[in-house]
Design a protein around this ligand. Structure first.
Ligand code: NAD
Length: 256
């Protein structure tokens, strides 16, 4: 294999993002861990570098901030000269009925999960165009195609990023850049563990009942999706065999 592809994964110090970084490392690519805290991002990058033939590379960035994203892309390009694969994965959840939904929470969720992918795409695409190669993968959710109660901001952001995916896919189609969205079902990460308590409280039921009512009831497999299963789909979307797949959404959701 030739030169390692540079893979920038946002929100990758833990959870699904970390699994995506790991899957690309395993595939022979060079992941870059990007997250809100440098020390934690470095720790995750070091763990990966001990396991795979890669360098430990970590950057700090807040994907919702214009300046932060611009600086991140500038620094990565100065150091590595290219970004071959961009995975917009950073995210967070907030649960409240719409009438109680705090406006500042709405803003944060939309800014991280919709504006973030827009900003990263905006600043990375010119470099991909220059090299006439790029793979952009946006981590949406089954909530990019369906809704659940109390998640108005999350569902809106995840639907929104599908629109961004489809639009940019058309704009960059002739530059050998593909843009796709992955829609995971429930993966047992901190994001999900933290919300079960709140969902149980809202409905006056146990966390186990909330898991089945909110997360697994529409799902055929009746089990959590593994982060590695989401990651494998990302590696596939960035593979040669997937070169003609663009503007698509692919569910990794156990039949949801
Ligand atoms: N866990 C699930 O069931 C599930 C299902 C579908 C989609 N997703 C999506 O997968 C992605 C990853 O989620 P996860 O479950 O691994 O959650 P997680 O909470 O384990 O990880 C999210 C990461 O994003 C980072 N992050 C948050 N805000 C950021 C910002 N402004 N800038 C940079 N990084 C930021 C966090 O620090 C964290 O490391 C999210 O977009 C989430 O919506 C998760």
């Amino acid at each position: 294999m030739g030169e390692k592809r540079i893979v920038l994964v946002t929100g990758s110090k833990q959870g699904i993002g970390y699994a995506i970084a790991e899957a690309f490392a395993q595939n022979g690519d060079q992941p870059i861990i990007v997250d809100l805290e440098l020390e934690e991002a470095k720790k995750s990058a070091n763990i990966l570098a001990e396991k795979y033939d890669i360098k430990p590379i970590a950057y700090v960035a807040d994907v919702s901030s214009h300046e932060s994203v611009q600086k991140l892309v500038e620094n990565v390009i100065n150091e590595f000269g290219q970004i071959d694969i961009l995975v917009n994965n950073a995210g967070l959840q907030h649960i409240d009925p719409v009438e109680n939904f705090p406006i500042e929470k709405w803003d944060i969720l939309i800014n991280v999960m919709l504006k973030g992918p827009f900003l990263l795409t905006k600043y990375v695409v010119p470099h991909m165009k220059k090299r006439q190669y790029g793979r952009i993968i946006n981590i949406s959710s089954v909530h990019g195609k369906t809704a659940s109660p109390y998640k108005s901001a999350y569902v809106s952001a995840k639907h929104g990023v599908v629109g961004l995916t489809r639009t940019v896919a058309i704009e960059v189609a002739n530059d050998n850049i593909t843009v796709n969205a992955v829609m995971p079902g429930a993966v047992k990460t901190l994001l999900v563990e933290n919300q079960l308590k709140k969902l149980a409280e809202e409905d006056g039921i146990s966390e186990e009942e909330a898991l089945h009512k909110h997360l697994l009831h529409k799902q055929a497999l009746k089990r959590f999706i593994k982060a590695e299963e989401v990651a494998a789909t990302c590696v596939y979307l960035a593979s040669k065999g997937a070169s003609s797949i663009t503007g698509e959404t692919i569910s990794v959701s156990g039949g949801w």
